[in-house]
Write a protein that binds this ligand. Structure first.
Ligand code: NDP
Ligand code: MG
Length: 388
């Protein structure tokens, strides 16, 4: 059997390391031909030794010579910077790109992979928030597949298989509710960064953990689902399901709802994105339903979690609004991490940034980059005024 050759963007992150674990289990099927990482050189060095990729990229040019020296006698090439990242994304020897960088930095390499005609296993939801229409059009014109890694979208993708998309009534995205589901609203301003990055059911990177605490992650996922499955935003609902057993559902127009249940482990959707349309065994403990007992559902409280409302509003506005919202969110959560604002300020900053924005059409990828820059600038300005 010919091995599927993988280029992995974000190899040192939570999704990246889980992807390499899955690949290690199936060495006879997958080969890692290229890796891209940020600044975790210690882990990257180990990955280079273990997987012997032919091309490696790191974020900072300053560390390039150091890494080249350290990995000798490595026969592959080590490059750096945005151009390095794009080279990995379009690497001619790769059949599939796993897009797992976090945040807006994932936009250009994801787009580049589509332009180069690579099938994409997509974790980086921010690229679809910023330029979903452009990326999906490019995927269509290049005849490539975008296979979701995000667990909710993997669930929906699987619930749609063999069905007519015209018969969909609603997509129902489940949300664990994050660590503050039962915290009274009055206590939100006192929430610390350490509390916010501690997710109850999933172990993930810092940024997505924070987004889960504000429910911005779910807002981003609504927009992600809109683009991936071509379903109107107002036909996508969010339901809080703290046990995270049902990963999402599809309701058809006759009222039947299909749901996907699975253990909360990202290796499951990662493997499915790599192996689709096949299913491969994964040695995870089976879901023990009797032990689970009951599962529950609640409506989300948008008063407590305004980011969810803001996500729907930005999605309805469309054009550059979601990219601006995403940019403001990234700036706000980094200011929260630095202790410059409190937890309650995050949605305020995003809302104020969106209020200042007059959405314009997204024709090219450069329009999304412009919206991202604009949103960041405005959010920084708002934070500056807050701290005066
Ligand atoms: P992490 O923060 O754990 O990892 C991010 C990865 O991207 C790291 O390898 C980091 O490198 C790399 N990176 C960041 N910026 C750059 C850059 N400018 N150039 C090159 N590499 C860069 O994030 P996650 O793995 O949690 O999330 C990745 C994406 O997947 C996000 O979009 C997230 O929303 C999505 N996702 C994640 C899930 C999860 O369970 N973690 C679930 C569903 C979706 P380094 O560490 O070396 O600096
Ligand atoms: Mg998710």
């Amino acid at each position: 059997m010919e091995k599927k050759r993988i280029a992995l963007l974000g190899s040192t992150g939570s999704i990246g390391t889980n992807t390499l674990e899955v690949i290690s289990r199936y060495r006879e099927r997958y080969e890692v031909v290229a890796l891209a990482a940020g600044s975790n050189l210690a882990l990257l060095r180990q990955q280079i030794r273990e997987f012997q990729p032919r091309l490696v990229s790191i974020r900072d040019l300053d560390h390039l010579e150091e890494l080249r020296e350290e990995v000798k006698p490595f026969h592959g090439e080590v490059i750096a910077g945005m151009e390095g990242l794009l080279q990995v994304a379009r690497y001619e020897q790769a059949d599939m790109v796993v897009s797992a960088i976090c945040g807006a930095a994932g936009l250009l390499p994801t787009y580049e992979a589509a332009v180069a005609g690579k099938n994409i296993a997509l974790a980086n939801k921010e690229s679809l928030i910023m330029a979903g229409g452009i990326i999906m059009d490019k995927a269509k014109s290049m005849g490539i597949q975008i296979l979701p890694i995000d667990s909710e979208h993997s669930a929906i993708f699987q619930c749609l298989l063999g069905h007519n998309p015209k018969e969909i009534r609603r997509l129902i995205l489940t949300a664990s509710g994050g660590p503050f589901l039962f915290t009274p609203k009055e206590e939100f301003c006192k929430i610390t960064y350490q509390q916010a990055i501690h997710h109850p059911t999933w172990s993930m990177g810092e940024k997505i953990s924070l987004d889960s605490a504000t429910l911005m992650n779910k807002a981003l996922e609504v927009i992600e689902a809109h683009w991936l499955f071509n379903v109107p935003v107002d036909s996508i609902e969010v339901v809080i399901h703290p046990e995270s057993v049902i990963h999402s559902m599809v309701e058809y127009w006759d009222g039947n709802i299909l749901a996907l249940l699975a253990t909360s482990d990202m290796r499951l959707p990662i493997l499915y994105a790599l192996s689709y349309p096949e299913r491969l065994p994964l040695d995870l403990p089976p879901l023990d339903l009797p032990r689970l007992g009951t599962i529950s559902f609640h409506s989300p409280d948008v008063e407590k979690f305004p980011c969810l409302r803001l996500g729907y509003e930005a999605a309805r506005q469309g054009q550059t609004a979601p990219a601006v919202m995403n940019a403001a969110n990234e700036i706000a959560i980094s200011a929260f991490k630095q202790g410059r604002i409190n937890f309650c300020d995050i949605p305020k900053i995003i809302e104020e940034t969106l209020n200042r924005h007059q959405p314009v059409p997204l024709r090219e990828i450069s329009d999304a980059l412009w919206a991202d820059r604009w949103g960041r600038q405005q959010a920084r300005d708002i934070i500056g005024r807050l701290s005066c």
